[in-house]
Design a protein. Sequence first.
Length: 92
Amino acid sequence: MDYVGVHHYSFVNLSGDPNWDFKFTTIDKQFIIEVLKEHDKIICWGDRVTDYVKRLGFQSFTLPHPSGLNRKINDREFVTSSLDNLRSYLND
């Protein structure tokens, strides 16, 4: 977050259940809505999270999910470009 100039932020998972089935129907929607409505900028890690957040009525910026399976994050230029785009989003 230092790269994009953010020094204060909040982080929340869509589910605290380690055995979560990754389905929208099993998210604690009211909890997520309460958390997200307190923020004016939302950053999601991954397309699935972005889709769920959008379905809850929020706009967000999508960063690539930091999974070892995501080969995009091995490309330094892609990562730099993504973070530069995030910086623009945050400064709008």
